[in-house]
Design a protein around this ligand. Structure first.
Ligand code: ADP
Ligand code: GLC
Length: 492
């Protein structure tokens, strides 16, 4: 099949989280199964920097052309490269005034959020470029709210551009918490006929809601784990869109993400000081010693070292970890956190570090090397997420022989098998239910107890390292979704 993915971020060119990872790894896996796949993304400043750092530049694909939004003409360029190490084409939509910004989701120079405008321009330019290139995908696969205009452009036969007659659309929700909500006065930016607003298609709770529009328009909807697919149809998990999701439940399915097993492989990870495998864990001890050195802990410290890496946002529950931290440190647990995000949480990290420099180490910022070192060098990996659509870092942890201690929610329930005391043959980690400092501390202390029973701990380590989180199985599940998307649209 010919499949085009549209995403606001794609690793390694520009990424803030798991969306970027998946928007690269899934296309790679689909290409490996024989599909004709390409990926489209804006040419963010981060992407330009990525190429400059390597003294390279993507090829020019087409001469610049104009895209009009509300009468304003934007000249866009098209650049092409491939996903590193593959032949999967990545087409960048270049328009410096909107995409050359310090971060992927930056406001404009007046501090206003103009993402609606930016990502609608991205979609319009991508579709126009596909037409000019004579490349019509059979599946247009969009990720999250940013390219939501794409399924909407092809949805309603009464007004759609006939180019879309042969294009089925699939929307993957990576996080229902981000919906692209704007004032109704911005509707014109979409360039859609008025009936899509008045018919309640892109309108939700008195505002313009891009994710809602895509949910109504897409031929099939997926999300990134089976449990999350159910959670988002409930009032607790749907972030206001649960009603729409219940209505579309027949088109909704949950497919657990895989991980990039090449990028995340302790046997040859380029960021690690030593390598190791399930059969020979000696290198993990060296990585642990290096992590202790970097974190300022005693190198031979026998305490359990708990790592955490992620965006410092309420979703991830770091505040719960920070509240539990003083007690955990008193009980001999060492904690090392890498993250960036909300200043208040960054402040809590600094405070904890100042109080307990030998027990808590905070690294602020985004750092691939350090995230790999934490995954390899820590004994346990904690994720106190309030909700977690899938989560990738717990899967990296298991592959690196680091035992995850996670809240039982979304993809964390689906990927980690909690140790019950009776299932050492197959358990891969620890679960706790309540998003409270008390429940988190209790489970981490339970893990610490097992940590000191070396044989038992090593069984959990080995079980996790044996688990298969590669994309193969999930890619096959997406193929079924693509076939169904064509079917529901009456296409061969
Ligand atoms: P989310 O997409 O919600 O942020 P995931 O677990 O799916 O959560 O993916 C997060 C990705 O971003 C992982 O690849 C993780 O290693 C990476 N990441 C997050 N924060 C950082 C950071 N501060 N430094 C390096 N990598 C990070
Ligand atoms: C989102 C979710 C995360 C998921 C990632 C990739 O950012 O928060 O749980 O793993 O997307 O699908």
């Amino acid at each position: 099949m010919r499949i085009s993915h549209l995403s606001s971020e794609v690793s390694p060119f520009a990424k803030t989280g798991g969306l970027g990872d998946v928007a690269a790894a899934l296309p790679k896996a689909l290409a490996a199964s024989g599909h004709e796949v390409d990926v489209w993304m804006p040419f963010h400043l981060d992407a330009a920097r990525w190429f400059r750092k390597r003294a390279a530049w993507p090829d020019t694909l087409l001469s610049p052309f104009r895209v009009s939004i509300l009468g304003a003409e934007h000249e866009v360029g098209l650049l092409r490269a491939t996903l590193p190490g593959t032949t999967v084409a990545v087409t960048f939509v270049a328009h410096d005034p909107l995409f050359h910004r310090p971060t992927i989701y930056s406001p404009n120079e007046r501090g206003q959020d103009d993402d609606l405008w930016r990502f609608c321009l991205f979609v319009r330019a991508a579709v126009e470029a596909m037409k000019r290139l004579g490349r019509r995908p059979q599946i247009l696969h969009t990720h999250d709210w940013h390219p939501a205009l794409a399924p909407m452009l092809g949805a309603w036969s009464s007004y759609r551009d006939p180019w879309f007659d042969d294009v089925a659309s699939v929307l993957t929700i990576h996080n229902v918490g981000y919906q692209g909500v704007y004032g109704l006065d911005q509707f014109g930016v979409l360039g859609l006929p008025p009936e899509t607003l008045t018919g309640g298609v892109v309108e939700h709770a008195g505002a313009l809601n891009m994710l809602k529009g895509a949910l109504v328009a897409a031929d099939m909807i997926t999300t990134v784990s089976p449990t999350y697919a159910w959670e988002i149809t409930t009032p607790e998990g749907g972030a206001g869109l649960d009603g729409v999701l219940r209505m579309r439940a027949g088109r909704l399915t949950g497919i657990l993400n895989g991980i990039d097993t090449h990028e995340w492989d302790p046997t040859h990870d380029r960021y690690l000081p030593a390598h190791y495998s399930r059969e020979n864990l000696r290198g993990k001890r060296e990585c642990r010693a290096e992590l202790c050195r970097v974190a300022g802990f005693e190198p031979g410290d026998p305490s359990m070292i708990v790592g955490a890496v992620g965006r410092l946002v309420p979703q991830k529950g770091f505040d719960v970890l920070f509240e539990a931290a003083p007690e955990l440190i008193r009980r001999g647990v060492r904690i090392v956190v890498l993250g960036s995000g909300e200043p208040a949480l960054e402040g809590s990290m600094r405070l904890l570090e100042a109080h307990a420099p030998r027990g808590f180490r905070a690294f602020l910022g985004y750092d691939d090397r350090l995230s790999h070192l934490i995954q390899a060098g820590a004994d346990a990996f904690v994720m106190p997420s309030r909700y977690e659509p899938c989560g990738l870092t717990q899967m990296y942890a298991m592959r690196y022989g680091t035992v995850p201690v996670v809240r039982k929610t979304g993809g964390l329930s689906d990927s980690v098998i909690g140790f019950t005391g009776q299932n050492a043959e197959w358990a891969t980690g620890f679960h706790f239910e309540d998003p409270s400092p008390h429940a988190l501390a209790a489970e981490l202390l339970r893990a610490q107890n097992v940590f000191f029973h070396r044989d038992l701990w090593h069984r959990l380590v080995a079980n996790g390292m044996r688990a298969d989180f590669s994309w193969g199985r999930s890619a096959a599940a997406y193929e079924l979704v693509y076939r169904r998307a064509r079917e529901v649209r009456g296409l061969p």
